[in-house]
Design a protein around this ligand. Sequence first.
Ligand SMILES: [Zn+2]
Length: 260
Amino acid sequence: MRNRMKLTFDQQLATNYKSTSQKVRVLTEQWVDNSIFCPNCGRLDIDKYPNNQPVADFHCSNCQEEYELKSKQSAIGTKLLDGAYRTMLERLTSSNNPNFFLLNYDLSNFSVINFFVIPKHFFVPEIIEKRKPLASTARRAGWVGCNILLNSIPQTGKIFFVRNRQVEPKEKVLTEWKKTLFLREEKEISAKGWLLDIMRSIEKLGKHEFTLDDIYVFENELSKLHPENKHIKDKIRQQLQVLRDKDYLNFVSRGYYQLT
Ligand SMILES: [Zn+2]
């Protein structure tokens, strides 16, 4: 059956709210609650936690995945403002790190432009940018927030349910989610960072098939990201093998690779 996801908000729900930010919160949360299935197990219905839960906004009662919702008017851009820097880093290494839902809406007609999920296994310290501490005149002087660097996340880590007002097939969402679940097995965060860097390098090539020499072009760039490593080419080959073992790519012949 085709997905009949509705892309407009139910404005009726927000008539009692005065401020725009409150209205938006109610409308976007309600839309997610009604429209979004769990990308991990496909359950049609995810549940909203009561407000002000510290952990997440939604969870799936079938597979227990948790999701935090971030909404933004107009384009989502390359950086996303998040909470406290230290809390974020702590969450990355703990098990209660939720997946992120990103909703990009159009307030002129109360509709959804884009909606995608970033699976939690794409969150590594490299994508968290420390912001300047708040000025001494601020109410929370010295508090340090963070940005999530969306352009440092590989495209495979942005799984769209709705892209440019077009609903993507449910099967596609579930397949894309499964494709990178292997990253969860990588408990060591620096090892995971390497895999993500190689995945992003492959994407930069923009090709379905590529050679080892194509990837070696990123040697300099990768050595800046990992100055402690003196054998970048060896590392690249090793990471390509890991990605092959996880069915992320195929080895066509010696030095030739193909994305699955
Ligand atoms: Zn689920």
